[in-house]
Design a protein around this ligand. Structure first.
Ligand code: ATP
Length: 328
């Protein structure tokens, strides 16, 4: 028999993403709904090691559903990677009477949670919070939808300049290992070509596509490039390469950077965060541990943390074809 949960600790860890606050709010209010205490743990696992805790009630999360970032702050904790750090964290949790954890973060944060559970048999539930959407077991991670909207909005603005000056723009978006943002925002913003980590488009095809687009009467174009695109050149090297081979093009580069991680979460992310928070707390109450809550076919589902960490979130290859057809 699993023991009754009386006090849940919630933390945000790794890179922040829009929707983390809405998830904190959901965890806190679900705890209150079920008459369970909730403790906010500041700065991820580092705050666990330092005992940086604060009691949270339903009124302590007023007016945060609309805010980007995380009110609990986030951190990457080197100390938590050591057995000594995790021992200290465990002692602090026991001292505070916390008997279960909700970890909002990416696969690194889940790995930390899983190791902690294996050492101390401490109940852990994960909520996927990262704009990259690169986590197995959910079709959407918190912040991904907001990031897509931010990127599309930026590219729309860049397009105004591109079309006024007949220019080619290379826009670099986040995604070292996953092309979800590039692919979806690229299609949404009407990109000519989209370069992603999962697929080697090849430099010849890029040149060919740009030549064709000029010949077809397009006077300006946008190419969306994920940070980790498989061609292996960074966005500035690509600009040099294209200008050397297609001198008729005047290429400008825009690296969107951290603005993609910020901002008020979209309605989709707020609803997702609310649903995932409820499921995370209620699963802990049911005695479950070592799962990640996620959304599949519009149903909130549980995936073992181990699978969420090891599994690969694949891009939808049909989107590559759609993108090809759209750039005709
Ligand atoms: P993002 O997707 O934004 O990178 P993430 O959760 O993957 O988010 P990481 O920096 O990889 O971010 O991990 C967050 C924290 O989780 C680390 O700083 C560390 O404290 C903990 N962590 C990660 N891997 C381990 C591990 N192998 N052992 C113990 N703790 C870990």
């Amino acid at each position: 028999m699993s023991k009754t949960i009386k006090k849940v600790g919630v933390l945000t860890s790794g890179g922040d993403s829009p929707g983390m606050n809405a998830a904190i709010r959901s965890v806190v209010r679900t705890c209150a709904y079920h008459n369970i205490e909730c403790i906010g743990i500041y700065r991820g696992y580092q705050g666990m090691i330092e005992g940086d805790f604060k009691e949270m009630g339903p009124r302590s999360v007023n007016n945060i559903v609309n805010k980007g970032g995380t009110i609990l702050k986030s951190a990457r904790s080197v100390d938590f990677r050591t057995p000594e750090g995790r021992k200290k964290a465990h002692e602090n949790l026991l001292k505070a009477g916390i008997d279960a954890l909700v970890v909002i973060g990416g696969d690194g944060s889940f790995t930390g949670g899983l190791i902690f559970n294996s050492e101390y048999d401490f109940p852990v539930m994960g909520i996927p919070g990262t704009i990259d959407n690169d986590i197995y077991g959910t079709s959407f991670t918190l912040g991904y939808d907001t990031a897509l909207n931010t990127v599309v909005d930026c590219i729309d603005k860049i397009r105004d300049t591109a079309s006024s000056h007949n220019r080619l723009f290379f826009v670099e978006v986040m995604g070292r290992d996953a092309g979800h943002i590039a692919l979806n925002a690229g299609i949404g913003a009407g990109a000519e070509e989209i370069l992603i980590p999962e697929e080697d488009l090849g430099l010849d095809r890029l040149l060919d596509s740009l030549q064709k687009s000029k010949a077809s009467g397009k006077s300006s174009s946008i190419v969306v490039i994920a940070e980790g695109d498989k061609i292996g050149k960074n966005v500035f090297e690509l600009k040099d390469y294209v200008e050397a081979n297609l001198p008729e093009y005047d290429v400008r580069v825009s690296v969107l950077g951290h603005m993609q991680r910020g901002g008020s979460p979209s309605c989709f992310d707020r609803v997702l965060a609310s649903r995932l928070g409820v499921k995370a707390v209620e699963s802990l109450i049911e005695g479950k541990s070592n799962y990640m809550v996620g959304l599949k076919e519009d149903k909130v589902v549980l995936t073992p943390l181990e699978q969420a960490i090891k599994g690969k979130s694949e891009i939808d290859r049909e989107l590559l074809r759609v993108s090809d057809i759209m750039s005709t």
